[in-house]
Design a protein around this ligand. Structure first.
Ligand SMILES: O=c1ccn([C@@H]2O[C@H](COP(=O)(O)O)[C@@H](O)[C@H]2O)c(=O)[nH]1
Length: 307
């Protein structure tokens, strides 16, 4: 996965992942009205709305970026209809050649992690048949339960060429509450970073990076520079740019000298760009996807300044 991701980053010259986090209040009226007319104001309509919205965005940005990151919470809240939209979004993005990072943040004891791993990055078996359910290339995980909770995923990374991004230093304002605690002379996030680096050492790709990467929030540049040194071969998945306030200037220390090592996420900043005055001057609400395209182009230019 990591070599495929790096190849696409090099081809597009865009270390960008577009977060597909649809919310009904961020979706253009015409899409909602058409779905409500057919399905009523139901979870079925929500699923249809999300898929149509995502598809139009994917169609408009797939040539510019290497990857998308659907956030499972947005879909899961609507039950099976929401999850159907999640799966359809993944499959469509893959058809368009995009790498898909499922933001699922799972964590559980090994025997349960095994089931998550099979469903999300492996294959599930039903008697003598086996199926791919969620065809993601990589997923996000929470490391709180320790290495035995991560091992079932590492096995599937080897078998199926998949990737992991493990929470190391998250972007939220209270991330320091536990992650910055001193644990024997270092911060907890540093301790986790060392472990992630070690877990990934067995999965280094041709380009020198591991299939096991880290989530490092764009809102903590000092900690990121520290982690960059501790975990030179881990790819960083970096949320927090745009809507959460981080800027390109904050991101310099997330990349290695080779210009690689980080992929920056923007979700609301791209999918809701049509509500931004800057793009409203060029495009109508019905042309929301063109606003998203323009926002990706602007983000790419912004990141080029610091790489
Ligand atoms: O530390 C983290 C880990 C994950 N996220 C996720 O990234 C996106 C950010 O969305 P924006 O709209 O660009 O703020 C969202 O899916 C989060 O769940 C994060 O923000 N921070």
């Amino acid at each position: 996965m990591i070599d495929r991701l790096i190849k696409k980053i090099e081809e597009t010259q865009a270390p960008i992942v577009v977060g597909l986090d649809p919310r009904l209040n961020l979706i253009p009226k015409h899409i909602k009205e058409e779905a409500y007319e057919i399905h009523g104001k139901t979870p079925k309509a929500a699923g249809e709305i999300f898929y149509r919205f995502n598809k139009e965005i994917i169609d408009t940005i797939y040539d510019l970026v290497p990857a998308i990151k659907p956030q499972v919470a947005m879909y899961e809240q609507y039950g099976p209809e929401g999850m159907e939209a999640y799966i359809k979004t993944i499959d469509y993005a893959k058809e368009k050649g995009l790498i898909v990072i499922g933001d699922i943040k799972r964590s559980d004891i090994a025997s349960t992690a095994e089931a998550y791993s099979q469903g999300h990055i492996g294959r599930v078996e039903i008697e003598e048949e086996s199926y791919t359910v969620f065809n993601q290339d990589a997923i996000t995980l929470n490391p709180y339960l320790g290495v035995d909770s991560i091992e079932p995923y590492i096995q599937n990374c080897k078998t199926y060429d998949k990737g992991l991004f493990i929470l190391v230093k998250t972007s939220n304002p209270n991330s320091g509450e536990f992650q910055d605690l001193d644990v024997g002379g270092e911060k907890l996030y540093e301790r986790v970073g060392r472990s992630v680096n070690q877990w990934g050492a067995q999965l280094i790709g041709k380009k020198g990076y591991s299939q096991v990467g880290a989530v490092v929030g764009a809102t903590h540049p000092e900690q990121a520079a520290d982690l960059r040194k501790l975990m030179p071969r881990s790819y960083f998945l970096v949320p927090g740019y745009g809507a959460q306030g981080a800027t390109a200037e904050d991101l310099k220390g997330y990349f290695n000298q080779d210009g690689l090592g980080a992929i920056i996420n923007s979700s609301r900043g791209i999918i809701a760009a049509y509500r931004n005055e800057k793009y409203q001057k060029q495009f109508t609400e019905k042309e929301f996807a063109l606003s998203s395209r323009e926002a990706v182009i602007d983000m790419k230019k912004d990141l080029q300044r610091i790489r």
